[in-house]
Write a protein that binds this ligand. Sequence first.
Ligand code: ADP
Ligand code: ZN
Ligand code: ZN
Length: 817
Amino acid sequence: MIDRRHIVPVAVALPVHNTFHYSVPAHLALQACPGKRVLVPFGKRKVTGYLVGPAGEPTAEMDSMEIKHILDVLDETPLFPETMIPFFEWIAAYYIHPLGLVIHTALPAGLNLTDIAVLSIGEAGLAASASSPLSPLEGSILSALAKRPSAIKHLQKEIGQPVSWGLIHLMRERGWIQVDRQIKGRQIGPKTVRWVTVKETAPTSHRLSAQRKIIRNALETEGDLTIPELKTRVPTAPALVRAMQKAGQVAVYEKAVYRDPFGDPIEPDIPPRLTAEQAEAVSATVPLLGQGFKTVLLAGVTGSGKTEVYLRLTRAALDKGLRVLVLVPEIALISQTERQFRARFGETVAVLHSSLSQGERYDQWLRIAQSDATIAIGARSCIFAPFGDVGLIIVDEEHDASYKQEGGLSYNARDLAVVRARHHNALAILGSATPSVQSWYNVSVGKYETASLKRRVNRQPLPAIQTVDLSQSRDDRGIRRYITAPLQQEIRKTLDDGNQALIFLNRRGFSAFPICGQCGQPIRCKNCDISLTLHKRVNAFRCHYCGFSKAAVSSCPSCGSDKIRLLGVGTEKIQEAMTQLFPDARVARMDRDTMTRKGSIVSLLKDLKHRRIDILVGTQMVAKGHDFPGITLVGVVCADLTLNFPDFRAGERTFQLLAQVAGRAGRGDQPGRVILQTYNPGHFSILAAKNQDFKAFFNQEIGFRKALGYPPFSRMIAVRISGKDPKQTAARASALGEKCRDLLTASGPYHPRVQVMGPIEAPLSRIANHHRWQILVKSPDTSMLHRFAHELIMDQRATPAGRQIKVSVDVDPIFLM
Ligand code: ADP
Ligand code: ZN
Ligand code: ZN
């Protein structure tokens, strides 16, 4: 008989849109609480699921259903708090994504693979195996563990039969065995330093040798010291400390040290005096803490000290006993912001980002889940940090596109920050020098409040931006076509003054448009509908979408000619040009090609910081957040690259990128200068970037969005169809298009509030041999849009034979290519 009093809801980690109910067998009843993983039978399989609610009575309708048992509870402690479940449910509904997969995405990667429980025998277990009556299975478990601690998998092999977690938990409760979690493949633990402390009960010092006395006295007068510090006084300190430890004279403990991106230890900082503007922003926002849900957009020009405002708000939140979540854009290393939080708040900060190893991530995750940390800081996935309650959520550089996850659960962490704040009745702070159109629109309609910082902390004016019309140099030859005379002169001057220059071009490689000089055909990727890029250092043509590579010596695939003309400059060519033009300068490059090795960014930034680099050439990697006082000149080689993308946000992205990269100049004592080369000097995105005036940009852009009914005046959902077979893919796309038209009939509920564009072939119509189509659905009515998309997607799930063709939904899409 199944005990039906314990029915629990389980979301399985599979692409199914329902939760399922299971019963909990008595021996697992204590373990089965929300937030843990369970093993459940599902069809013919056993799958992992998540407990998404407390146990309850079965409902009447369950009476007629067959309810299966949970097979096992997989976690010792919950991986996420029960209070997060409504947040996960909201995400599942909004992004039209199965709840189990939402939770799977939220949890630290590799959890299932890397976290293993190691069992060992306890005192009571040793006693029990000698005296108590044991079942044969218990007997063999104990005798196996008496030989050596073991993971459950190995234990099962050794005793030749399955062992359930239920039994393990029972035996553990009796004190017979211990369960310790171990992470497989943990290589880089937190860096620790060994500290030495005097033991109170230590024998008096007259019995000590002279050298031991020195150590002892140092510890007594100066407090605890590290072994390296002791070594500076007594060279043999490491060995002596070991001996003194044995003799009970001193104790040694380990303490984590935190390091900044440059490998230097992070010292606790002293809060600076706020500027008048900062003080105003702080006193306007602090009183909002603990007063219910609210969103404030902090608009502060580059270098205005937004981080210090975040730090003060965080301090105030902690003082009120609130927990704090801080999101920073994904950059390839720990950001400035993160470093500053560490310096101010030390041990209570947990970090979650992609450069942590899986083991480290898991540790940080548990520290948050178990409330050892009160601040969690990290890139987009940090929005899922398992705090039971949050009082303040900060999103730094809220306009940054890296908050959008592409593929799988396509969420936007910036948007989820506001949603999560609402769920927790918390304060959300979105900060940027170049706020997104969406967020500033929310300010303009009164949904968000705003605070602003209009001046730089160093009182320097914003860098002066001079535009140079590239069409004037169209007929110049060689390097001078794209490094114009004004840019060249400014670089020269910067170098002569002993300052540093940043040269920005948002395109990698040597030539992005190699074309045949004979027949005029571009050299294309064989897997994608896109030009290959020449990379000179490795002497190969490469595809930036699928990674395809072929030797650069090849001839034209169309006509066989070997006269390949190299159009479309990339960072590699600019670097070469800089070396030629300024042979005395030390030139370095920062883009995805040069920054592949772990640690290469760190050493490059270190060189930049210590002025071992005079000119840094780079892609948007250099535009983000860096604070280098030596940079007085920023050169933008071609401002138009992002402007011509077939995407309604092209102007917004161009404006943000240019204003941000310009903001890298003049952050020290000397004013900055920017030379901005462009073919469109009159374009409003470029004019607004020139004045770092996001309101001017917004006022122009919003009219255009309104006229065309684009976000923020509507919401969009992109339905993407991709497959290897061009005919099948096109057929599926057109079938979905038909379905859209059916739903849109004049008599139906969606007409005329929902609009469908497509199906069309995506602008990048083929990537990695997959043909791509898309349908854009938009509506000013969010809930109607969602109902429409739901109907469309649920319907296509019922379509058989769709395995080869992938249909995915992207709610609030950003990447429309
Ligand atoms: P933003 O993020 O607005 O571009 P930052 O937060 O990076 O600006 O601040 C710019 C610089 O000013 C940093 O080096 C920071 O340490 C410094 N800073 C911020 N606030 C103050 C202050 N009140 N007094 C002195 N220096 C400050
Ligand atoms: Zn040709
Ligand atoms: Zn390709």
